[in-house]
Design a protein around this ligand. Structure first.
Ligand SMILES: Nc1ncnc2c1ncn2[C@@H]1O[C@H](COP(=O)(O)OP(=O)(O)OP(=O)(O)O)[C@@H](O)[C@H]1O
Length: 692
């Protein structure tokens, strides 16, 4: 009996950049759309250009690993973009191919294809079998191939090979491999065997008709092909390579898809997971110290290995030529451009068989009910087995040292099995065993107390409990410093536009009104007042600017929770905002909000109103405001003491002391005693402060 121990090391990890290919689908047969001409076109085998929406006379150019034009065949896409990564799977490494792009752009066509034009999935599986057969003869390895097939629908992981199963959990083992306990894993011995399982399972996938696609995928589908090869000679090295073939659901603009009800809910889940995918790519590009939000969606959790992980990855971005897809195409190309910055570190996963002490067998027998002949992992009737945690004792890597409990059980077995010995020696053995058992129990208690102590320390250590398990501490990612590799010349020009000044904003609140007022009032000695007035306006403008920047920051980088912290933004609106951002990129100004679906002009106006009120009442801004009030009070007192009733009248005219008692308003004769006035002014200022 032997058990398997992991021997793969970090030493053989080489850097492998995510390969990004773009595929342009041909026009679908609507003659009127062809008349407009395409919004995007290929320049050569790696370059393409798209019309610049900011300036229609210019184009934005992109460079990728491969560009597949509308005439490219399924075979050509497979040969140039997919075939090169397949050989790694036979060497115990992971590889993934995923199709990305807007709805109706040809992802399913690329991945699945049709009977006449088979896509990447059937071609890749056939090729894996071909490679295995070619290798089989020449080397001393035995190969075993198995498959799993799942979809992520409305943030639920569903087993397509076992459709009755519920939402499955996603886990990570101690070697940082992602796996799904309970997911069906069926052994396949030939391509036709694969077909037998795959075709009916594909029919289980959730699809529906939308305005943009008759048969739109409403879920992300992931096919996993696992290749395990075992050396025929001792120590029976075993290498496990996984191939993920992913057909993502397309990003959707619901104004165009016409989605409602359940379709709208599906669309929300799709857009949200694609948005998280985009955030993951951003985090990976911004440096090793940034937390990568893999856990924010099931999709990114599952693709963790393919993005910044240990897989050889290929992304095929599908785009459409029609103008109605323009913004989807533009944002898909930007996503593709930033994805090619990501580097992975593939390595071989290998285990070797090591002999197990007989006591280990005793333990297994004990677990299996004592029969010893029953296999530990039960096979289902049809050869399907649920996936196991690679770190569990039944899987690959187990500590070679038998536990105290194992040894206890083994001792007891020894005692039970010695019926042929004579009584004396049995008694002697039993006494000896008891002694040993006592010692072992003592040892076990020691271990337990140490373990408890250790877990307490771990809890108390700041950050240790919060440390995300997916964080790869052993292999820091290497990334190029430059973030943008796409050649985006016209965009760069337009990005140099001067920033929009706050003063031109539609709803400008108090400060602008004041400025207008001050310019209208004729002051006899206006110089001082103008100065004071502009200083205040400046302060107000700064506060508004700060508030505006804060809101823009939240709009551009916040998740649903942060967006909901904004006034007037509820759960639904937050999701719409995220969707808008996913499709159109960053909000450059608050007015962009008006373009978001469901944000009417009226709602936008009330959003701004609340924003202005918030600016003046919110936390630290209030202290600035208080400062203004007390400065005003100070000026009023000086004017009062200087008996300058005229200036005071001007001051009042501008509403600076609007709530002060009438008698303060510059009487014919100055007040003989200023203290009551001062007290009254203090009370007024405080009440002003509180009421704001
Ligand atoms: N390269 C191509 N050649 C011919 N037809 C294509 C090509 N790409 C896509 N199509 C056709 O375009 C239509 C939409 O394609 P497909 O269903 O693959 O889009 P999708 O991106 O998967 O959409 P969704 O995200 O909504 O599932 C289909 O009828 C498909 O046959």
């Amino acid at each position: 009996m032997a058990q398997r121990v992991t021997v793969s090391s970090d030493g053989n990890k080489k850097i492998s950049r995510v390969r990004v290919a773009v595929r342009l689908r041909p026009y679908l047969d609507k003659e009127d759309e062809k008349g407009e001409g395409p919004c995007v076109r290929g320049l050569d085998k790696q370059n393409l250009e798209i019309v610049n929406w900011r300036n229609a006379t210019e184009t934005v150019k992109y460079h990728f690993d491969a560009f597949h034009g509308e005439k490219t065949t399924q075979q050509e896409v497979f040969l140039s973009s997919v075939k090169p990564v397949l050989s790694h799977v036979l060497n115990g490494q992971n590889a993934s191919v995923f199709a990305y792009g807007p709805t109706g752009a040809g992802k399913t066509h690329t991945m699945l294809g049709s009977a006449e034009k088979p896509g990447v999935i059937p071609r890749a599986v056939r090729e894996v079998f071909n490679l295995v057969h070619a290798k089989d003869a020449e080397e001393g390895w035995d190969y075993s191939i198995s498959m799993s097939y799942l979809e992520i629908y409305n943030e639920k992981v569903l087993d397509l090979l076992s459709p009755s199963s519920q939402d499955l959990p996603i886990r990570q083992d101690k070697d940082k491999n992602i796996f799904i306990p309970g997911l069906t894993n069926v052994t396949i011995s030939s391509f036709s065997d694969f077909d037998t399982h795959f075709v009916p399972a594909s029919l289980n996938r959730t699809t529906a008709s939308t305005k943009l696609n008759q048969r739109s995928s409403r879920s992300h589908a992931i096919l996993l092909i696992k290749v395990v090869r075992t050396s025929r000679v001792l120590p029976h090295r075993q290498q496990t390579g996984k191939l993920y073939l992913v057909d993502l659901a397309g990003s959707e603009d619901n104004r165009r898809t016409g989605n409602q009800g359940i379709r709208l809910k599906e669309s929300g889940a799709i857009n949200l997971s694609l948005f998280t995918l985009s955030k993951v790519v951003d985090s990976l590009n911004s440096g090793a110290s940034v937390r990568v939000p893999y856990r924010d969606s099931k999709l990114t959790r599952l693709l963790q290995d393919s993005l910044g992980g240990s897989a050889h990855s290929v992304m095929i971005t599908n785009i459409a030529p029609e103008y109605k897809y323009y913004f989807d195409t533009f944002s898909a190309l930007n996503f593709a451009a930033k994805s090619k910055m990501i580097v992975n570190k593939p390595f071989t996963r290998e285990t070797v068989a090591v002999p197990v002490l007989p006591v280990k067998r005793a333990r297994e027998e004990h677990k299996a009910g004592g029969s010893g002949s029953e296999p530990h992992r039960k096979k289902q009737k049809d050869g399907k087995t649920p996936e196991q945690d690679a770190s569990s004792p039944s899987a690959n890597s187990i500590s070679a040292e038998p536990s105290v409990m194992d040894r206890l059980i083994a001792l007891e077995k020894l005692v039970m099995n010695c019926q042929n010995k004579d009584r004396l020696s049995v008694t002697k053995d039993v006494a000896q065993s008891r002694k040993e058992i006592q010692e072992l129990k003592k040892k076990q208690k020691e271990f337990e107390s140490k373990a408890m102590l250790f877990s307490q320390v771990a809890k108390e250590t700041p950050g240790s409990a919060e440390e995300p398990v997916f964080k790869n501490t052993t292999a820091p990612l290497q990334r190029k410093p430059a973030r943008q590799q796409a050649v985006v010349q016209p965009l760069q020009v337009s990005q140099l536009q001067p920033p929009v000044h706050l003063a031109v904003f539609k709803k400008q609140s108090v400060c602008v009104k004041k400025r207008e007022l001050s310019s209208r009032i004729e002051l006899p000695d206006g110089k001082e007042n103008m100065k004071e007035n502009s200083w205040e306006s400046q302060l107000d403008t700064q506060m508004l600017e700060q508030s505006k920047q804060k809101i823009l920051h939240i709009l551009n980088s916040g998740g649903v929770k942060e967006l909901k912290s904004l006034q007037q933004i509820g759960d639904k609106k937050a999701k719409l905002l995220l969707g808008w951002r996913e499709l159109n990129g960053q909000f450059t100004k608050l007015e962009d909000l008006e373009k978001v679906e469901g944000m009417t002009e009226k709602r936008f106006a009330s959003f701004l109103k609340v924003r202005d009120q918030k600016t003046f009442c919110h936390g630290h801004l209030c202290s600035d405001h208080l400062l203004i009030y007390f400065s005003r009070l100070f000026i009023v007192i000086i004017l009062f003491l200087a008996k300058d009733n005229k200036k005071m009248a001007n001051f009042q005219g501008q509403g600076f002391i609007r709530n002060l008692p009438m008698r303060f308003e510059g009487e014919a004769t100055p007040h003989p005693f200023p203290i009551p006035i001062f007290v009254s002014a203090m009370v007024t200022c405080t009440s002003l402060y509180l009421t704001h």
